[in-house]
Design a protein around this ligand. Structure first.
Ligand code: C2E
Ligand code: CA
Ligand code: CA
Length: 541
């Protein structure tokens, strides 16, 4: 049931003189607020919040008395009272078989300055014999004011004992993403109040990027202070399903909370990102880690991006990726782009299909799409990108993918130019089933005709000719000697060559011819090759 408002705020003097009685006679007590998975409706935990009720002055709220406790060095004792109440409560539930969830208690920063907070909490937990997974500790970043070291120390101590530590009020003044990397917390509580109703604007963008990063760090996020469905849906849309707030439940007294425990299903908090490859996710953000080194230097042009609800957002791109796409883009400009937005409808269909198949199969899937890329320096340009995509992680309905890319715009432009310029030749060659190419004798570069590119999948330029056509099986290996001998003869100045060679995997017999072209000094320059299918009818059957 909702709480009543205090009848009258107590003064500092009244609070201080009331304190001992309040602790000893239960005027300081706990209320509990559930943490819920917005998608499943199940309870994932609860927070214990301190209340103080004076027999005459009525209910007092923490914002009024906690600062006074802190000022008068009473908060340590009060916090341990809350902790003991939690343990007593959990013991009762466990004894009568009421299923329980982890309950978090708030640690004041004053608790660690002069006190053995960790040891005291541990001794209370032991006294009531509560399994450590049911007691969480909430700390705030303001505790770091006493020094990061003190804070990491407390977290480490709790971790050694097996406690989960939650970072409270994340998103308030001090918070920075750096703190997340440095502090090894298990759960992050993101306060919606810092959004201040501004979901569509800057606040939304900040929240969304925080959630994005926490996924990557593999730290689950609980959104706090969620009052409206709009806020809850927004959080869900960016991949944060855990919610604590008036929308689901006000903080409630023990009797009401027990009922909630009985009627609501429970579930554990899940790691947010299930990485498929075996890498500690935090290392991905560490610029000096082996993983980062590999990503930046040992692989080709590559990017890592997330896919969720039809949207793709970049997480990481390497230098080679920026170079490959061209356009003088900075990593920051690239990270701000939405991959899907840069595609036309056909491209979207192709990429979506490839992503789905990479996700379903777990295998590498390739696709080619035209991307509209815009940069300050080069303006807008369309580039054709071939990507080999593989899924590397998943979290609920969000996927993490890795793509190796190749910019094949130049190849395609060549292909299109050839298509235009070779029109007559192409029609003629199609009429008599001829494939043609030119071979530059000094450089060993071969340039195929449009038909070769289209029918045989050859690139616009082949270097080291003829090695690649033997490797691909277009020319059968048993003709290697003959063919290399021809290359020799062409270099030595033979005028023309001709033989029947069975081509392609299907071994279709073609008449292959070469005609040499010479410079003014009679030295061989270029050879024109052609392959004409021997028996036309064979193809028709
Ligand atoms: P907190 O730890 O951030 O606790 C959450 C506060 O947000 C609670 O206020 C809770 O009642 C309130 N809240 C929950 N849902 C909503 C919502 O949808 N909208 C809004 N506007 N508020 C919501 P509460 O209980 O008044 O506590 C205020 C603060 O007092 C706490 O903030 C915490 O910093 C401190 N506090 C409470 N209990 C303890 C305690 O046992 N020990 C210490 N050291 N501090 C405590
Ligand atoms: Ca809290
Ligand atoms: Ca909070």
């Amino acid at each position: 049931m909702a709480e009543t408002i205090s009848n009258r705020k107590m003064t500092e003097r009244e609070i201080v003189s009331f304190f001992d009685d309040a602790v000893n006679y239960g005027y300081i007590y706990n209320v509990y607020q559930p943490k819920i998975n917005h998608v499943t409706g199940r309870m994932i935990g609860a927070e214990a919040l301190m209340r103080m009720k004076h027999p005459l002055y009525g209910l007092q709220m923490p914002s009024d008395f906690i600062p006074i406790f802190e000022k008068n060095d009473l908060v340590f004792s009060a916090d341990l009272t809350v902790c003991e109440n939690v343990c007593k409560f959990l013991r009762k539930c466990l004894d009568v078989g009421v299923p329980v969830v982890p309950i978090s208690v708030n640690m004041s920063r004053y608790d660690v300055y002069n006190h053995d907070y960790v040891e005291q909490v541990e001794s209370i937990r032991n006294e009531y014999d509560i399994p450590v997974e049911y007691l969480h500790i909430e700390i705030t970043e303001t505790s770091a004011i006493g020094g990061m070291e003190l804070m990491t120390d407390v977290i480490d101590k709790f971790h050694e004992l097996g406690y989960k530590v939650e970072m409270d009020d994340f998103g308030s003044g001090y918070s920075s993403l750096n703190i997340l990397k440095d502090l090894n917390v298990d759960i992050i509580k993101l306060d919606m109040n810092f959004l201040s109703g501004d979901i569509g604007g800057r606040g939304g963008a900040i929240i969304s990027s925080i959630v994005q990063m926490t996924k990557w760090l593999n730290t689950p996020v609980v959104a706090e202070g969620v009052e409206t469905n709009e806020q809850a849906d927004y959080m869900k849309s960016i991949g944060c399903n855990y919610i604590q707030g008036y929308l689901y439940a006000q903080p409630m007294e023990e009797e009401d909370f027990v009922e909630k425990l009985k009627i609501l299903d429970h579930e554990p908090v899940n790691k947010s990102m299930d990485l498929i490859f075996s890498i500690e996710s935090g290392r991905f953000w560490d610029p000096t880690s082996v993983e980062t080194l590999l990503f930046n230097h040992m692989v080709g042009p590559a990017c890592i991006f997330t896919y969720k609800d039809g949207k793709c957002e970049f997480v990481k791109v390497n230098e080679k990726y920026l170079k490959e796409i061209g356009m003088n883009l900075t990593a920051k400009e690239m990270l701000n782009m939405d991959l899907m937005d840069s595609l036309d409808d056909d491209g979207k269909k192709i990429l979506t299909g490839a992503l789905k198949s990479a996700i379903d199969s777990g295998n590498e899937v390739s696709c080619e799409v035209w991307r509209r890329v815009c940069s300050k320096i080069c303006g807008e340009e369309k580039v054709l990108i071939r990507s080999s995509i593989r899924m590397i992680g998943r979290a609920d309905d969000m996927y993490l993918l890795y793509a190796l890319v190749q910019n094949i715009t130049a190849d395609m432009r060549k292909y299109q130019e050839l298509y235009e310029s070779e029109k007559k030749f192409r029609i003629a060659s199609e009429q008599n089933n001829t494939y043609a190419w030119e071979y530059e004798i000094s450089t060993h570069i071969m340039r195929p005709c449009f038909r070769c590119m289209r029918d045989l999948g050859l690139p616009a330029v082949i270097e080291n000719y003829p090695d690649p056509v033997f490797e691909s099986g277009l020319f059968p290996a048993d003709y290697k000697d003959l063919y290399y001998d021809w290359m020799d003869q062409l270099a030595k100045g033979v005028k023309s060559l001709e033989a029947v060679i069975p081509l392609t995997a299907d071994r279709i017999p073609f008449i292959v011819r070469y005609t040499n072209e010479f410079d003014e000094n009679g030295r061989p320059l270029k050879a024109y090759g052609s392959a004409t299918q021997l028996i036309d009818d064979m193809a028709d059957k």
